[in-house]
Design a protein around this ligand. Structure first.
Ligand code: 13P
Length: 255
């Protein structure tokens, strides 16, 4: 069975004590409802909390801490930045790369993201790589080409073994934080296309191993129907990952 992942992207939310209480609550939930071998839950907390969140959750099987970004170099004069090497050194397992908010507000290009992906993988992190189109691109019916370009320019140079340390997250920008979820059919169409693109380059065996997550207004009411689609392998959750009851319900919906 393909790896399934429910990852919470906390974005720039929560104070220290709030963050640690939420991490502890999620830990307790998973202790009482253990994850299967093929299921991972990832908490992509603000970077300042990764060390404590890691300590809080390290004893719980298949619960991991992730970061929301990293630099493309190991070290150097890059004031304010955090490297994949640093994240790895404190026990972080996953890093989100290419979130649409980083692309939009921090001008991250496909080429820069390619360098970040390479550096994160070289440092032993697993990458959750985000792609997805704007409303304008969707309305022009260009979304498949747009996503193909994002993946080709940042991801498809990887070797087969490298790609197996990547999960792809399809996050249509028009669905992020808007309450307007992609329908299960809309999401499945894109996920199937992403798998088809991988199949053409890497072959079916590899393409069938890469988890493809859906993100964008995923919540307890729609998670199970989305996750029931054949090419949807879990979710990257924003707003609903900040509340224990909602996040627990989404974890429960993971196949
Ligand atoms: P929402 O779940 O709040 O729409 O955010 C999705 C997202 O951006 C996760 O990375």
């Amino acid at each position: 069975m393909r790896q399934k992942i429910v990852a919470g992207n906390w974005k720039m939310n929560k104070t220290y004590s709030e963050a640690l209480s939420l991490a502890a609550e999620i830990g307790n939930y998973i202790e009482q409802n253990p994850l299967a071998d093929h299921q991972h839950v990832v908490l992509c907390v603000p970077a300042i909390y990764v060390v404590d969140a890691e300590q809080e959750t390290s004893s719980i099987d298949n619960l991991w801490v992730g970061a929301q970004n990293c630099h493309y170099k190991d070290s150097g004069a890059f004031t304010g930045e955090i490297s994949a090497q640093m994240l790895q050194s404190v026990g972080v397992k996953y890093v989100i790369i290419g979130h649409s908010e980083r692309r939009e507000y921090f001008n991250e290009t496909n080429n820069l993201l390619k360098q970040k992906v390479d550096n994160a993988l070289a440092n032993g992190l697993k990458v959750i790589f985000c792609c997805g189109e704007s409303l304008k691109t969707r309305e022009k019916n260009d979304y498949k080409e747009w996503i193909e370009e994002q993946l080709t320019e940042s991801l498809f140079h990887l070797s087969m073994p490298q790609l197996l340390n990547v999960a792809i997250a399809y996050e249509p920008i028009w669905a992020i934080g808007t309450g307007k979820t992609a329908s299960p059919e809309q999401a499945q169409e894109v996920h199937e296309h992403i798998r088809y693109l991988m199949m053409n380059i890497y072959g079916a065996a590899t393409a069938n191993k890469v988890p493809i997550l859906y993100g964008g207004s995923c919540n307890p009411a729609n998670a199970a129907t989305l996750f029931a689609q054949p090419d949807i392998d879990g979710g990257l959750i924003g707003g609903a990952s900040l509340k224990i009851d909602d996040f627990a319900a989404i974890i429960k919906a993971m196949p």
